[in-house]
Design a protein around this ligand. Structure first.
Ligand SMILES: [Zn+2]
Length: 346
């Protein structure tokens, strides 16, 4: 066992409440004795230590893969947390990392094309690339919208903000790791069971929290367009997104349209992105009378790398705190769910 993997973690079976709650609208983290001190994260050196070498792209996928692979894999995420994953260009040095991988998990749906190209060009003999999004939905289920217009051919890639799709990602990861490393298949299966239990609790809690929002307020206007698959699942409507498909700022005409939409829909809050700071959305909020919340995130878990809350679940809990409270609902239904990794320590 390496020093990394011997760090103390808390294993939770089914989203059990640990007595932590919400205080002043914020989540209380890491203050209790039973909170884990760190997450293994996704910055391992790939090596010939006998473990599978696994490469991932964006942080939510890295976190999902860690929860399945646990201590039995070397895991490296190549897209730095909180960068614009849609335009990310891998560095030449990433070619070496990609060339060392036994498995490369990408989202697909055209999210990480430059990384995918580099991965294909450097793929080791016998290694494989697994595109989780493409294996989760069919082209008939692709969503196109203002930021991801159909004429460009690139569907909205943000499947993972919809928790049942994140669970499907975890299942595909389990199948893939088990097939390549049958000796540890039971370990990966057990990790899937533990992680799925928390994802189910997270999903039910999110749906309940959204249902606590007054019906007229269950509308999303965002800068970055991350909620196209989440919204219909939880009973919300995406009324618009401000960010054009080339990730530039919206035109004055687009801005005027958005202000009219917000006024007509009487949306109480609009949501900016932590990664894409936008003065334009702030101005739109001001002119339309909506509150501006600028911290939603789709690929940047809260906290520093290796912090115990720097996880996919931590990211979704943080998003729900911001979204639900700003729209007049309550996150009480999520109070017992902890963000920590759930994989077994053996
Ligand atoms: Zn995004």
């Amino acid at each position: 066992m390496t020093s990394r993997s011997s760090r103390r973690h808390l294993m939770i079976g089914s989203g059990v409440a640990l007595g932590l709650g919400l205080l002043g609208g914020g989540r209380v983290l890491a203050a209790q004795d039973d909170a884990p001190s760190a997450s293994l994260g996704w910055a391992d050196d790939l090596s010939d230590n006998g473990k599978l070498n696994v490469v991932t792209t964006v942080a939510p996928i890295s976190s999902i893969v860690r929860n399945i692979g646990g201590t039995k894999i070397n895991l490296r995420g190549v897209v730095p947390d909180g960068t614009n994953s849609h335009t990310f260009e891998p560095a030449p040095s990433d070619a070496k990392v990609l060339a060392s991988a036994d498995v490369i998990f990408v989202n697909g749906l055209n999210l990480e094309l430059p990384t995918l190209e580099l991965a294909e060009a450097n793929l080791k003999d016998g290694a494989e690339i697994v595109a989780l999004g493409d294996l989760t939905i069919t082209p008939e289920e692709w969503k196109f919208d203002f930021s991801f217009p159909e004429e460009d051919g690139d569907p909205n890639p943000h499947l993972w903000t919809n928790v049942p799709f994140a669970k499907r990602y975890a299942e595909i990861v389990t199948e893939t790791l088990s097939a390549r490393d049958p000796e540890n298949a039971a370990y990966y299966e057990a990790n899937l069971a533990a992680f799925s239990a928390v994802l189910d609790a997270l999903d039910a809690g999110i749906v309940a929290a959204i249902q606590s929002i007054p019906e007229a307020n269950r509308k999303l206007l965002t800068y970055h367009d991350s909620w196209a698959y989440f919204a219909p699942h939880v009973g919300m409507t995406v009324i618009g997104a401000a960010q054009p498909s080339d990730f530039s700022e919206p035109s004055p005409k687009d801005v005027a349209t958005l202000i009219e939409q917000i006024k007509a829909a009487q949306v109480p809050a609009v949501f900016g992105s932590e990664v894409f700071a936008s003065d334009v959305l702030e101005q739109i909020a001001k002119e339309s009378g909506a509150v501006y919340i600028d911290q939603l995130r789709d690929d940047d878990p809260p906290g520093e790398p290796n912090a115990p809350e720097h996880t996919y679940i931590g990211m979704m809990l943080k998003n729900m705190d911001l979204m639900v409270n700003a729209l007049g609902g309550s996150t009480e239904a999520l109070a017992g769910i902890e963000p920590w990794d759930t994989y077994a320590q053996d």
